[in-house]
Design a protein around this ligand. Structure first.
Ligand code: ZN
Length: 618
Protein backbone atom coordinates (compact mmCIF):
# COMPACT_ATOMS: atom_id res chain seq x y z
CA UNK A 1 0.00 0.00 0.00
CA UNK A 2 1.16 3.54 -0.69
CA UNK A 3 1.90 6.07 1.98
CA UNK A 4 -1.35 8.01 1.64
CA UNK A 5 -3.34 4.93 2.62
CA UNK A 6 -1.08 4.30 5.60
CA UNK A 7 -1.47 7.88 6.73
CA UNK A 8 -5.26 7.62 6.47
CA UNK A 9 -5.24 4.33 8.38
CA UNK A 10 -3.16 5.94 11.13
CA UNK A 11 -5.62 8.82 11.36
CA UNK A 12 -8.60 6.56 11.99
CA UNK A 13 -9.58 5.78 15.59
CA UNK A 14 -9.50 2.24 17.02
CA UNK A 15 -13.32 2.10 17.08
CA UNK A 16 -13.41 2.55 13.29
CA UNK A 17 -12.70 -1.22 13.12
CA UNK A 18 -11.33 -0.85 9.63
CA UNK A 19 -11.68 -3.89 7.44
CA UNK A 20 -10.50 -3.33 3.89
CA UNK A 21 -9.18 -0.05 2.59
CA UNK A 22 -9.33 0.15 -1.19
CA UNK A 23 -8.71 2.50 -4.04
CA UNK A 24 -11.50 3.18 -6.46
CA UNK A 25 -9.38 4.80 -9.14
CA UNK A 26 -8.22 7.97 -7.35
CA UNK A 27 -10.83 7.72 -4.57
CA UNK A 28 -10.11 5.94 -1.30
CA UNK A 29 -12.77 3.79 0.34
CA UNK A 30 -12.58 2.59 3.93
CA UNK A 31 -14.76 -0.42 4.77
CA UNK A 32 -15.72 -0.47 8.43
CA UNK A 33 -17.00 -3.27 10.63
CA UNK A 34 -18.45 -0.77 13.10
CA UNK A 35 -22.08 0.25 12.68
CA UNK A 36 -21.56 3.33 14.85
CA UNK A 37 -18.54 4.49 12.91
CA UNK A 38 -20.37 3.96 9.59
CA UNK A 39 -23.11 6.34 10.71
CA UNK A 40 -21.08 8.87 12.67
CA UNK A 41 -17.81 9.27 10.80
CA UNK A 42 -18.98 12.29 8.76
CA UNK A 43 -17.02 15.03 10.55
CA UNK A 44 -13.80 13.02 10.80
CA UNK A 45 -13.94 12.12 7.10
CA UNK A 46 -14.53 15.77 6.15
CA UNK A 47 -11.35 16.66 8.06
CA UNK A 48 -9.39 13.92 6.31
CA UNK A 49 -10.66 15.02 2.88
CA UNK A 50 -9.49 18.55 3.67
CA UNK A 51 -6.13 17.36 4.81
CA UNK A 52 -5.37 14.92 1.99
CA UNK A 53 -7.30 16.69 -0.80
CA UNK A 54 -8.63 13.33 -1.98
CA UNK A 55 -12.13 11.90 -2.02
CA UNK A 56 -12.44 9.49 0.92
CA UNK A 57 -15.57 7.48 1.59
CA UNK A 58 -16.62 5.09 4.35
CA UNK A 59 -18.80 2.06 3.59
CA UNK A 60 -19.91 -0.99 5.54
CA UNK A 61 -17.91 -4.22 5.59
CA UNK A 62 -19.83 -7.16 4.17
CA UNK A 63 -20.76 -8.58 7.60
CA UNK A 64 -22.81 -5.46 8.39
CA UNK A 65 -24.88 -5.59 5.18
CA UNK A 66 -28.43 -6.84 5.53
CA UNK A 67 -29.74 -9.57 3.24
CA UNK A 68 -30.42 -8.26 -0.30
CA UNK A 69 -34.13 -9.23 -0.36
CA UNK A 70 -34.69 -7.70 3.02
CA UNK A 71 -32.84 -4.55 2.01
CA UNK A 72 -34.84 -4.28 -1.21
CA UNK A 73 -38.14 -4.53 0.73
CA UNK A 74 -36.88 -1.92 3.17
CA UNK A 75 -35.90 0.46 0.35
CA UNK A 76 -39.29 0.08 -1.35
CA UNK A 77 -40.97 0.72 2.01
CA UNK A 78 -38.90 3.83 2.76
CA UNK A 79 -39.10 5.46 -0.67
CA UNK A 80 -42.54 6.94 -1.44
CA UNK A 81 -44.40 5.38 -4.41
CA UNK A 82 -44.19 8.64 -6.43
CA UNK A 83 -40.44 8.12 -6.70
CA UNK A 84 -41.22 5.36 -9.26
CA UNK A 85 -38.27 3.09 -8.60
CA UNK A 86 -37.58 1.14 -11.80
CA UNK A 87 -34.58 -1.03 -10.90
CA UNK A 88 -32.50 -1.89 -7.85
CA UNK A 89 -29.05 -3.45 -8.24
CA UNK A 90 -26.90 -4.65 -5.36
CA UNK A 91 -23.11 -4.50 -5.66
CA UNK A 92 -21.89 -6.33 -2.54
CA UNK A 93 -18.28 -5.90 -3.74
CA UNK A 94 -18.69 -2.15 -3.16
CA UNK A 95 -21.34 -2.43 -0.37
CA UNK A 96 -23.49 -0.27 -2.61
CA UNK A 97 -27.08 -0.45 -3.76
CA UNK A 98 -27.85 1.34 -7.00
CA UNK A 99 -31.41 2.56 -7.15
CA UNK A 100 -32.81 3.78 -10.46
CA UNK A 101 -35.90 5.93 -10.09
CA UNK A 102 -37.90 8.29 -12.26
CA UNK A 103 -37.89 10.88 -9.45
CA UNK A 104 -34.51 10.36 -7.77
CA UNK A 105 -34.95 13.45 -5.60
CA UNK A 106 -37.82 11.74 -3.80
CA UNK A 107 -35.70 8.66 -3.03
CA UNK A 108 -32.94 10.90 -1.65
CA UNK A 109 -35.51 12.72 0.47
CA UNK A 110 -35.40 16.14 2.07
CA UNK A 111 -31.80 16.92 3.09
CA UNK A 112 -30.89 13.37 2.14
CA UNK A 113 -33.22 12.02 4.85
CA UNK A 114 -34.45 8.90 3.08
CA UNK A 115 -31.03 7.98 1.69
CA UNK A 116 -29.68 8.24 5.23
CA UNK A 117 -32.48 5.98 6.53
CA UNK A 118 -31.62 3.40 3.87
CA UNK A 119 -28.03 3.37 5.13
CA UNK A 120 -29.13 3.21 8.79
CA UNK A 121 -31.50 0.30 8.29
CA UNK A 122 -29.61 -1.77 5.71
CA UNK A 123 -25.96 -0.57 5.92
CA UNK A 124 -25.92 -0.52 2.08
CA UNK A 125 -24.67 2.80 0.72
CA UNK A 126 -27.36 3.96 -1.69
CA UNK A 127 -26.41 5.49 -5.03
CA UNK A 128 -29.52 6.98 -6.54
CA UNK A 129 -29.77 7.47 -10.28
CA UNK A 130 -32.39 8.80 -12.63
CA UNK A 131 -33.95 6.23 -14.92
CA UNK A 132 -34.77 7.06 -18.51
CA UNK A 133 -38.26 8.44 -18.97
CA UNK A 134 -38.40 6.62 -22.29
CA UNK A 135 -38.02 2.84 -22.25
CA UNK A 136 -34.96 1.64 -24.13
CA UNK A 137 -33.73 -1.94 -24.18
CA UNK A 138 -30.24 -0.83 -25.15
CA UNK A 139 -29.94 1.50 -22.19
CA UNK A 140 -31.07 -1.28 -19.86
CA UNK A 141 -28.51 -3.63 -21.40
CA UNK A 142 -25.70 -1.09 -20.85
CA UNK A 143 -26.66 -0.70 -17.19
CA UNK A 144 -26.85 -4.46 -16.70
CA UNK A 145 -23.37 -4.84 -18.23
CA UNK A 146 -21.98 -2.34 -15.79
CA UNK A 147 -23.46 -4.03 -12.73
CA UNK A 148 -22.64 -7.56 -13.84
CA UNK A 149 -18.94 -6.76 -13.80
CA UNK A 150 -18.74 -5.31 -10.28
CA UNK A 151 -16.20 -7.74 -8.84
CA UNK A 152 -13.79 -7.37 -11.75
CA UNK A 153 -14.30 -3.61 -11.67
CA UNK A 154 -13.37 -3.52 -8.01
CA UNK A 155 -10.05 -5.25 -8.69
CA UNK A 156 -9.35 -3.03 -11.68
CA UNK A 157 -10.14 0.21 -9.82
CA UNK A 158 -7.91 -0.82 -6.92
CA UNK A 159 -4.94 -1.64 -9.16
CA UNK A 160 -5.54 1.62 -11.02
CA UNK A 161 -5.42 3.55 -7.73
CA UNK A 162 -2.11 1.93 -6.83
CA UNK A 163 -0.66 3.12 -10.13
CA UNK A 164 -2.06 6.63 -9.76
CA UNK A 165 -0.52 6.98 -6.31
CA UNK A 166 2.89 5.64 -7.33
CA UNK A 167 6.06 7.77 -7.28
CA UNK A 168 6.61 10.11 -10.20
CA UNK A 169 9.69 11.62 -11.82
CA UNK A 170 10.05 15.32 -12.49
CA UNK A 171 8.06 16.43 -15.55
CA UNK A 172 10.97 17.40 -17.69
CA UNK A 173 9.07 17.41 -20.98
CA UNK A 174 5.51 17.28 -22.33
CA UNK A 175 4.86 16.19 -25.91
CA UNK A 176 1.70 16.04 -27.96
CA UNK A 177 1.64 13.50 -30.80
CA UNK A 178 -0.90 13.95 -33.57
CA UNK A 179 -2.30 10.48 -34.29
CA UNK A 180 -5.45 11.57 -36.12
CA UNK A 181 -7.86 14.43 -36.77
CA UNK A 182 -5.19 17.01 -37.64
CA UNK A 183 -5.92 19.03 -40.79
CA UNK A 184 -8.97 16.82 -41.25
CA UNK A 185 -12.32 16.05 -39.64
CA UNK A 186 -12.56 12.45 -38.42
CA UNK A 187 -10.48 9.88 -36.43
CA UNK A 188 -9.52 12.39 -33.71
CA UNK A 189 -6.70 11.02 -31.59
CA UNK A 190 -4.04 12.84 -29.56
CA UNK A 191 -1.31 11.32 -27.41
CA UNK A 192 0.07 13.36 -24.50
CA UNK A 193 3.38 12.09 -23.14
CA UNK A 194 5.41 13.00 -20.07
CA UNK A 195 8.35 11.09 -18.54
CA UNK A 196 5.76 9.35 -16.33
CA UNK A 197 2.65 8.85 -18.38
CA UNK A 198 0.99 8.31 -21.72
CA UNK A 199 -2.53 9.71 -21.99
CA UNK A 200 -4.68 9.46 -25.10
CA UNK A 201 -7.33 12.10 -25.83
CA UNK A 202 -10.12 10.62 -27.97
CA UNK A 203 -9.85 7.57 -30.19
CA UNK A 204 -12.01 8.23 -33.22
CA UNK A 205 -12.76 6.69 -36.54
CA UNK A 206 -13.23 8.42 -39.90
CA UNK A 207 -16.57 7.15 -41.12
CA UNK A 208 -16.06 8.51 -44.62
CA UNK A 209 -12.53 8.47 -45.94
CA UNK A 210 -10.02 6.05 -47.35
CA UNK A 211 -8.08 5.56 -44.13
CA UNK A 212 -10.52 5.27 -41.25
CA UNK A 213 -8.07 4.65 -38.38
CA UNK A 214 -5.76 7.05 -36.56
CA UNK A 215 -2.02 6.35 -36.90
CA UNK A 216 -1.78 3.86 -34.05
CA UNK A 217 1.30 2.41 -35.74
CA UNK A 218 3.22 5.67 -35.10
CA UNK A 219 6.26 4.68 -33.05
CA UNK A 220 5.26 7.17 -30.35
CA UNK A 221 2.27 5.02 -29.52
CA UNK A 222 2.78 1.78 -27.59
CA UNK A 223 -0.46 0.15 -26.45
CA UNK A 224 1.19 -1.56 -23.46
CA UNK A 225 2.43 1.78 -22.18
CA UNK A 226 -0.88 3.58 -22.44
CA UNK A 227 -2.03 4.69 -18.97
CA UNK A 228 -5.37 6.34 -19.66
CA UNK A 229 -7.77 7.35 -22.40
CA UNK A 230 -9.98 10.41 -22.05
CA UNK A 231 -13.03 10.72 -24.30
CA UNK A 232 -14.39 14.21 -25.00
CA UNK A 233 -17.77 13.11 -26.43
CA UNK A 234 -19.62 10.23 -28.00
CA UNK A 235 -19.44 11.02 -31.71
CA UNK A 236 -17.76 8.23 -33.66
CA UNK A 237 -15.00 10.51 -34.93
CA UNK A 238 -13.95 10.87 -31.28
CA UNK A 239 -14.79 7.48 -29.75
CA UNK A 240 -15.44 5.04 -32.60
CA UNK A 241 -12.19 3.13 -32.20
CA UNK A 242 -12.08 2.93 -28.39
CA UNK A 243 -13.47 -0.66 -28.25
CA UNK A 244 -10.70 -1.69 -30.66
CA UNK A 245 -8.04 -0.72 -28.09
CA UNK A 246 -9.69 -3.05 -25.57
CA UNK A 247 -10.08 -5.84 -28.08
CA UNK A 248 -6.35 -5.60 -28.73
CA UNK A 249 -5.37 -5.86 -25.10
CA UNK A 250 -5.63 -2.42 -23.51
CA UNK A 251 -6.73 -2.85 -19.88
CA UNK A 252 -6.43 0.68 -18.56
CA UNK A 253 -9.19 3.18 -17.79
CA UNK A 254 -11.21 5.35 -20.14
CA UNK A 255 -12.55 8.52 -18.55
CA UNK A 256 -15.73 10.23 -19.74
CA UNK A 257 -19.06 11.51 -18.46
CA UNK A 258 -21.90 9.03 -17.80
CA UNK A 259 -24.00 10.13 -20.78
CA UNK A 260 -20.92 9.88 -23.02
CA UNK A 261 -20.41 6.31 -21.79
CA UNK A 262 -24.02 5.35 -22.59
CA UNK A 263 -24.01 7.08 -25.96
CA UNK A 264 -20.57 5.63 -26.78
CA UNK A 265 -21.91 2.10 -26.26
CA UNK A 266 -24.99 2.86 -28.32
CA UNK A 267 -23.14 4.48 -31.23
CA UNK A 268 -20.38 1.86 -31.36
CA UNK A 269 -23.02 -0.91 -31.42
CA UNK A 270 -24.67 0.92 -34.28
CA UNK A 271 -21.33 1.20 -36.03
CA UNK A 272 -20.92 -2.60 -35.93
CA UNK A 273 -24.42 -2.95 -37.42
CA UNK A 274 -23.65 -0.46 -40.19
CA UNK A 275 -20.45 -2.36 -41.08
CA UNK A 276 -22.40 -5.62 -41.23
CA UNK A 277 -25.09 -4.12 -43.43
CA UNK A 278 -22.42 -2.85 -45.80
CA UNK A 279 -20.67 -6.26 -45.77
CA UNK A 280 -17.54 -4.69 -44.31
CA UNK A 281 -15.62 -6.23 -41.46
CA UNK A 282 -16.11 -4.21 -38.27
CA UNK A 283 -12.81 -3.46 -36.50
CA UNK A 284 -14.16 -4.92 -33.23
CA UNK A 285 -17.03 -6.92 -31.82
CA UNK A 286 -19.52 -6.30 -29.04
CA UNK A 287 -16.89 -7.71 -26.63
CA UNK A 288 -14.71 -4.66 -27.20
CA UNK A 289 -17.66 -2.40 -26.32
CA UNK A 290 -18.40 -4.42 -23.17
CA UNK A 291 -14.79 -4.05 -22.07
CA UNK A 292 -14.83 -0.30 -22.74
CA UNK A 293 -17.85 -0.07 -20.43
CA UNK A 294 -16.18 -2.26 -17.81
CA UNK A 295 -13.02 -0.14 -17.76
CA UNK A 296 -14.82 3.20 -17.95
CA UNK A 297 -14.57 5.68 -15.11
CA UNK A 298 -17.44 8.16 -15.19
CA UNK A 299 -16.79 11.75 -14.13
CA UNK A 300 -19.09 14.64 -13.44
CA UNK A 301 -18.39 18.11 -14.81
CA UNK A 302 -15.99 19.92 -12.51
CA UNK A 303 -14.81 16.80 -10.64
CA UNK A 304 -11.00 16.93 -10.33
CA UNK A 305 -9.39 13.48 -10.58
CA UNK A 306 -5.86 12.15 -10.68
CA UNK A 307 -5.63 9.85 -13.68
CA UNK A 308 -1.89 9.07 -13.60
CA UNK A 309 0.86 9.93 -11.12
CA UNK A 310 1.43 13.28 -12.86
CA UNK A 311 -1.81 14.12 -14.68
CA UNK A 312 -4.95 15.51 -13.05
CA UNK A 313 -8.12 15.63 -15.18
CA UNK A 314 -11.20 17.85 -15.10
CA UNK A 315 -14.07 17.64 -17.60
CA UNK A 316 -16.30 20.67 -18.15
CA UNK A 317 -19.30 21.35 -20.40
CA UNK A 318 -18.44 21.72 -24.11
CA UNK A 319 -21.94 22.77 -25.27
CA UNK A 320 -21.70 20.44 -28.27
CA UNK A 321 -23.89 17.44 -27.40
CA UNK A 322 -25.15 15.54 -24.36
CA UNK A 323 -22.23 14.80 -22.02
CA UNK A 324 -19.67 16.51 -24.28
CA UNK A 325 -16.64 17.84 -22.46
CA UNK A 326 -13.71 20.12 -22.79
CA UNK A 327 -10.79 18.25 -21.26
CA UNK A 328 -8.44 20.03 -18.84
CA UNK A 329 -5.18 18.32 -17.90
CA UNK A 330 -3.13 19.66 -15.02
CA UNK A 331 0.26 18.08 -15.68
CA UNK A 332 3.03 17.74 -13.09
CA UNK A 333 1.15 19.38 -10.22
CA UNK A 334 0.58 22.69 -12.01
CA UNK A 335 3.72 22.62 -14.17
CA UNK A 336 1.60 22.87 -17.32
CA UNK A 337 -2.14 23.06 -17.96
CA UNK A 338 -3.41 21.74 -21.28
CA UNK A 339 -6.95 22.28 -22.52
CA UNK A 340 -8.35 20.04 -25.27
CA UNK A 341 -11.65 21.42 -26.54
CA UNK A 342 -12.93 18.36 -28.41
CA UNK A 343 -15.89 19.78 -30.35
CA UNK A 344 -17.27 22.97 -28.85
CA UNK A 345 -20.17 25.32 -29.11
CA UNK A 346 -19.40 28.62 -27.43
CA UNK A 347 -22.88 30.02 -27.80
CA UNK A 348 -26.33 29.35 -26.39
CA UNK A 349 -28.37 26.52 -27.91
CA UNK A 350 -31.78 25.08 -27.04
CA UNK A 351 -30.24 22.29 -25.02
CA UNK A 352 -26.87 23.35 -23.64
CA UNK A 353 -24.99 26.22 -22.05
CA UNK A 354 -21.98 27.62 -23.93
CA UNK A 355 -18.69 25.73 -23.45
CA UNK A 356 -17.03 26.41 -20.12
CA UNK A 357 -14.00 28.72 -19.91
CA UNK A 358 -13.82 28.40 -16.15
CA UNK A 359 -10.24 27.17 -15.63
CA UNK A 360 -7.82 28.75 -13.20
CA UNK A 361 -4.85 28.26 -15.53
CA UNK A 362 -4.34 27.22 -19.14
CA UNK A 363 -0.95 27.30 -20.84
CA UNK A 364 -1.71 25.24 -23.93
CA UNK A 365 -4.91 24.73 -25.95
CA UNK A 366 -5.81 22.19 -28.63
CA UNK A 367 -8.86 23.65 -30.38
CA UNK A 368 -11.16 22.35 -33.12
CA UNK A 369 -11.70 24.31 -36.35
CA UNK A 370 -14.66 22.63 -38.11
CA UNK A 371 -16.01 26.11 -38.91
CA UNK A 372 -12.69 27.87 -38.40
CA UNK A 373 -12.75 29.97 -41.57
CA UNK A 374 -13.96 33.58 -41.66
CA UNK A 375 -16.30 32.46 -44.45
CA UNK A 376 -18.13 30.25 -41.99
CA UNK A 377 -20.46 32.95 -40.73
CA UNK A 378 -23.56 31.58 -39.14
CA UNK A 379 -26.83 33.45 -38.74
CA UNK A 380 -28.15 34.12 -35.26
CA UNK A 381 -29.62 31.14 -33.47
CA UNK A 382 -33.09 32.69 -33.31
CA UNK A 383 -32.99 33.40 -37.06
CA UNK A 384 -31.82 29.85 -37.78
CA UNK A 385 -34.63 28.39 -35.72
CA UNK A 386 -37.25 30.61 -37.37
CA UNK A 387 -35.84 29.60 -40.73
CA UNK A 388 -36.10 25.89 -39.96
CA UNK A 389 -39.66 26.22 -38.67
CA UNK A 390 -40.74 28.26 -41.72
CA UNK A 391 -39.31 25.69 -44.15
CA UNK A 392 -40.99 22.81 -42.34
CA UNK A 393 -44.36 24.56 -42.21
CA UNK A 394 -44.15 25.31 -45.92
CA UNK A 395 -43.36 21.69 -46.85
CA UNK A 396 -46.07 20.32 -44.59
CA UNK A 397 -48.62 22.76 -46.04
CA UNK A 398 -47.97 21.39 -49.53
CA UNK A 399 -48.48 17.86 -48.23
CA UNK A 400 -44.81 16.85 -48.28
CA UNK A 401 -42.61 14.95 -45.89
CA UNK A 402 -39.52 16.49 -44.34
CA UNK A 403 -36.41 14.34 -43.99
CA UNK A 404 -33.72 15.52 -41.57
CA UNK A 405 -30.48 13.54 -41.52
CA UNK A 406 -28.83 13.59 -38.11
CA UNK A 407 -26.26 11.82 -35.99
CA UNK A 408 -28.02 9.63 -33.40
CA UNK A 409 -27.18 12.24 -30.82
CA UNK A 410 -26.65 15.97 -31.25
CA UNK A 411 -28.63 17.87 -33.91
CA UNK A 412 -31.55 15.40 -33.78
CA UNK A 413 -32.43 16.25 -30.19
CA UNK A 414 -31.82 19.96 -30.78
CA UNK A 415 -34.27 19.82 -33.69
CA UNK A 416 -36.77 17.94 -31.49
CA UNK A 417 -36.47 20.66 -28.83
CA UNK A 418 -37.09 23.36 -31.45
CA UNK A 419 -40.02 21.63 -33.16
CA UNK A 420 -41.82 20.62 -29.97
CA UNK A 421 -41.81 24.27 -28.90
CA UNK A 422 -43.96 25.14 -31.95
CA UNK A 423 -47.56 24.46 -32.98
CA UNK A 424 -46.56 22.25 -35.92
CA UNK A 425 -49.17 19.51 -36.04
CA UNK A 426 -47.35 16.65 -37.72
CA UNK A 427 -45.85 13.51 -36.28
CA UNK A 428 -42.10 13.65 -35.69
CA UNK A 429 -40.59 10.22 -36.34
CA UNK A 430 -37.29 9.33 -34.71
CA UNK A 431 -35.73 6.36 -36.41
CA UNK A 432 -33.89 3.60 -34.54
CA UNK A 433 -30.81 4.81 -32.73
CA UNK A 434 -32.16 8.33 -32.57
CA UNK A 435 -34.93 7.10 -30.33
CA UNK A 436 -32.55 5.23 -28.01
CA UNK A 437 -30.22 8.22 -27.87
CA UNK A 438 -33.19 10.43 -27.01
CA UNK A 439 -34.03 8.00 -24.20
CA UNK A 440 -30.51 8.49 -22.82
CA UNK A 441 -31.12 12.27 -22.90
CA UNK A 442 -34.03 11.84 -20.48
CA UNK A 443 -31.79 10.28 -17.82
CA UNK A 444 -29.36 13.18 -17.45
CA UNK A 445 -31.18 16.51 -17.07
CA UNK A 446 -28.26 17.91 -15.04
CA UNK A 447 -26.15 18.04 -18.22
CA UNK A 448 -28.49 20.52 -19.95
CA UNK A 449 -28.67 24.30 -19.67
CA UNK A 450 -30.65 25.63 -16.72
CA UNK A 451 -33.54 26.70 -18.93
CA UNK A 452 -33.76 23.24 -20.46
CA UNK A 453 -33.45 21.55 -17.05
CA UNK A 454 -36.44 23.51 -15.83
CA UNK A 455 -38.47 22.46 -18.87
CA UNK A 456 -37.44 18.83 -18.53
CA UNK A 457 -38.30 18.60 -14.88
CA UNK A 458 -41.61 20.40 -15.25
CA UNK A 459 -44.53 18.07 -15.85
CA UNK A 460 -45.69 18.01 -19.45
CA UNK A 461 -42.95 20.31 -20.75
CA UNK A 462 -40.14 17.86 -21.42
CA UNK A 463 -39.49 18.13 -25.18
CA UNK A 464 -38.36 14.50 -25.30
CA UNK A 465 -41.72 13.28 -23.97
CA UNK A 466 -43.82 15.29 -26.43
CA UNK A 467 -46.74 13.22 -27.77
CA UNK A 468 -45.83 14.16 -31.36
CA UNK A 469 -42.64 12.07 -31.12
CA UNK A 470 -42.89 8.52 -32.43
CA UNK A 471 -40.31 5.73 -32.47
CA UNK A 472 -39.59 3.84 -35.67
CA UNK A 473 -37.88 0.51 -35.09
CA UNK A 474 -38.71 -2.00 -37.80
CA UNK A 475 -38.64 -2.12 -41.59
CA UNK A 476 -42.43 -2.43 -41.56
CA UNK A 477 -42.83 0.75 -39.50
CA UNK A 478 -40.43 2.53 -41.83
CA UNK A 479 -42.46 1.42 -44.84
CA UNK A 480 -45.67 2.69 -43.17
CA UNK A 481 -44.13 6.12 -42.57
CA UNK A 482 -43.00 6.30 -46.21
CA UNK A 483 -46.36 5.26 -47.65
CA UNK A 484 -48.78 7.04 -45.31
CA UNK A 485 -50.54 9.98 -46.96
CA UNK A 486 -50.17 12.61 -44.25
CA UNK A 487 -47.19 14.93 -44.03
CA UNK A 488 -44.60 14.18 -41.38
CA UNK A 489 -41.13 15.01 -40.15
CA UNK A 490 -38.58 12.19 -40.17
CA UNK A 491 -35.30 12.45 -38.30
CA UNK A 492 -32.96 9.58 -39.16
CA UNK A 493 -29.29 8.59 -39.10
CA UNK A 494 -26.73 9.05 -40.42
CA UNK A 495 -26.12 12.76 -40.37
CA UNK A 496 -24.03 12.88 -43.57
CA UNK A 497 -26.04 10.31 -45.56
CA UNK A 498 -23.17 7.83 -45.44
CA UNK A 499 -25.25 4.91 -44.14
CA UNK A 500 -28.16 4.28 -41.81
CA UNK A 501 -31.93 4.28 -42.35
CA UNK A 502 -31.91 7.84 -43.74
CA UNK A 503 -30.82 6.30 -47.06
CA UNK A 504 -33.94 4.18 -47.29
CA UNK A 505 -36.09 7.26 -46.77
CA UNK A 506 -34.05 9.20 -49.32
CA UNK A 507 -34.35 6.39 -51.85
CA UNK A 508 -38.13 6.28 -51.52
CA UNK A 509 -38.96 9.93 -50.86
CA UNK A 510 -36.28 11.50 -53.07
CA UNK A 511 -38.32 11.35 -56.29
CA UNK A 512 -41.25 13.44 -55.05
CA UNK A 513 -40.87 17.22 -55.36
CA UNK A 514 -43.37 17.85 -52.55
CA UNK A 515 -40.87 16.41 -50.06
CA UNK A 516 -37.82 18.14 -48.65
CA UNK A 517 -34.44 17.17 -47.27
CA UNK A 518 -33.14 19.60 -44.66
CA UNK A 519 -29.47 19.61 -43.66
CA UNK A 520 -28.89 21.00 -40.19
CA UNK A 521 -25.33 19.80 -39.57
CA UNK A 522 -21.85 19.65 -41.02
CA UNK A 523 -21.46 17.61 -44.25
CA UNK A 524 -17.96 16.17 -44.51
CA UNK A 525 -15.97 16.23 -47.74
CA UNK A 526 -16.47 12.96 -49.66
CA UNK A 527 -19.85 12.12 -48.14
CA UNK A 528 -23.10 11.64 -50.04
CA UNK A 529 -24.51 14.42 -47.89
CA UNK A 530 -21.99 16.89 -49.28
CA UNK A 531 -22.82 15.83 -52.88
CA UNK A 532 -26.57 16.20 -52.41
CA UNK A 533 -26.03 19.52 -50.63
CA UNK A 534 -23.98 20.74 -53.59
CA UNK A 535 -26.93 20.01 -55.86
CA UNK A 536 -26.11 16.69 -57.53
CA UNK A 537 -29.27 15.51 -59.29
CA UNK A 538 -28.40 11.84 -59.71
CA UNK A 539 -26.83 9.95 -56.84
CA UNK A 540 -26.30 6.32 -55.88
CA UNK A 541 -28.26 5.23 -52.84
CA UNK A 542 -28.22 1.61 -51.67
CA UNK A 543 -26.67 0.59 -55.02
CA UNK A 544 -29.43 2.26 -57.02
CA UNK A 545 -29.13 5.48 -58.94
CA UNK A 546 -31.94 7.80 -57.95
CA UNK A 547 -33.01 11.15 -59.21
CA UNK A 548 -33.14 13.87 -56.57
CA UNK A 549 -36.39 15.72 -57.10
CA UNK A 550 -37.16 16.62 -53.53
CA UNK A 551 -36.27 20.12 -52.34
CA UNK A 552 -32.80 20.28 -50.77
CA UNK A 553 -32.47 22.88 -48.04
CA UNK A 554 -29.55 23.76 -45.77
CA UNK A 555 -30.40 25.58 -42.58
CA UNK A 556 -27.26 27.25 -41.31
CA UNK A 557 -26.76 28.25 -37.72
CA UNK A 558 -27.99 25.15 -35.92
CA UNK A 559 -24.60 23.51 -35.74
CA UNK A 560 -23.09 22.16 -32.54
CA UNK A 561 -19.79 23.69 -33.62
CA UNK A 562 -18.72 27.28 -33.13
CA UNK A 563 -17.94 29.57 -36.06
CA UNK A 564 -14.56 31.35 -36.16
CA UNK A 565 -15.72 34.35 -34.13
CA UNK A 566 -16.89 32.14 -31.26
CA UNK A 567 -13.73 30.02 -31.34
CA UNK A 568 -11.60 33.13 -30.97
CA UNK A 569 -13.85 34.50 -28.24
CA UNK A 570 -13.56 31.21 -26.42
CA UNK A 571 -9.79 31.53 -26.18
CA UNK A 572 -9.99 35.24 -25.42
CA UNK A 573 -12.36 34.55 -22.53
CA UNK A 574 -10.14 32.01 -20.78
CA UNK A 575 -9.01 33.39 -17.43
CA UNK A 576 -5.34 33.23 -18.38
CA UNK A 577 -3.90 33.85 -21.82
CA UNK A 578 -2.47 30.60 -23.21
CA UNK A 579 1.11 30.47 -24.44
CA UNK A 580 0.41 28.12 -27.29
CA UNK A 581 -2.61 27.07 -29.36
CA UNK A 582 -2.66 23.93 -31.48
CA UNK A 583 -5.45 23.80 -34.09
CA UNK A 584 -7.01 20.50 -35.19
CA UNK A 585 -10.34 18.99 -36.38
CA UNK A 586 -10.89 20.98 -39.56
CA UNK A 587 -10.24 20.84 -43.29
CA UNK A 588 -6.59 21.83 -44.00
CA UNK A 589 -7.45 25.40 -45.10
CA UNK A 590 -9.59 26.00 -42.01
CA UNK A 591 -6.97 24.71 -39.57
CA UNK A 592 -4.36 27.01 -41.10
CA UNK A 593 -6.69 30.01 -41.30
CA UNK A 594 -7.86 29.67 -37.69
CA UNK A 595 -4.26 29.31 -36.49
CA UNK A 596 -3.25 32.49 -38.38
CA UNK A 597 -6.25 34.44 -37.15
CA UNK A 598 -5.75 33.50 -33.49
CA UNK A 599 -2.12 34.54 -33.81
CA UNK A 600 -3.06 37.86 -35.41
CA UNK A 601 -5.96 38.75 -33.13
CA UNK A 602 -4.76 37.43 -29.80
CA UNK A 603 -0.97 37.46 -30.25
CA UNK A 604 -0.58 33.84 -29.21
CA UNK A 605 1.86 31.39 -30.78
CA UNK A 606 -0.18 28.96 -32.88
CA UNK A 607 0.44 25.86 -34.93
CA UNK A 608 -1.71 23.69 -37.20
CA UNK A 609 0.25 20.43 -37.25
CA UNK A 610 -0.35 17.55 -39.62
CA UNK A 611 -1.04 13.98 -38.57
CA UNK A 612 2.14 12.18 -37.43
CA UNK A 613 3.75 15.41 -36.20
CA UNK A 614 4.74 15.94 -32.58
CA UNK A 615 4.63 19.25 -30.74
CA UNK A 616 6.69 19.79 -27.63
CA UNK A 617 4.90 21.88 -25.00
CA UNK A 618 7.63 21.88 -22.35
ZN1 ZN B 1 -18.74 15.96 -32.34
Amino acid sequence: MNSIVEEILNSLPEEAKTGEICYEASDIVVYTKSYDFLLNCGELIRQLVNRFKKRIEVRASRELLSDENEAENKIRELAPKEAEITEIYFEPEFSKVIIHAKRPGIVIGKNGGIARKILETTCWTPEIKRSCEIESEIVKAIRRMLHAQASERKKFLHELGKKIYSESKEVEYIRVSCLGGFREVGRSCVLVKTPNSHVMLDCGIAVAGSRPFPYLEMEDFVLQKLDAVVISHAHLDHVGLLPYLYEYGYRGPCYMTEPTRDLMALLCMDYINVCQREHKEAPYSIKGIEKAIKYSVALKYGEVTDITCDVRLTLENAGHMLGSSVVHLNIGNGTYNLLYTGDIKYGVTRLFSPASTDFTRVEGVIIESTYGSSEDVQPRRSEAEANLIAHIKRVIARGGKVLIPSFAAERGQEVVAILTSTDIQAPIYLDGMLWDATAIHTAYPEFFSRTMQKLMLKMGKNPFLDPRLKAIGSAKEREDVITEARPSIIVATSGMLNGGPVLEYLEKLGGDERNALIFVGYQGEGTLGRRVQKGWKHVTVNNKTIEIKLEVITVEGLSGHSPQRELINYIAHLRTKPKKVIVNHGEPKKCVELARTIHRVLGIETVAPKNLETVRLK
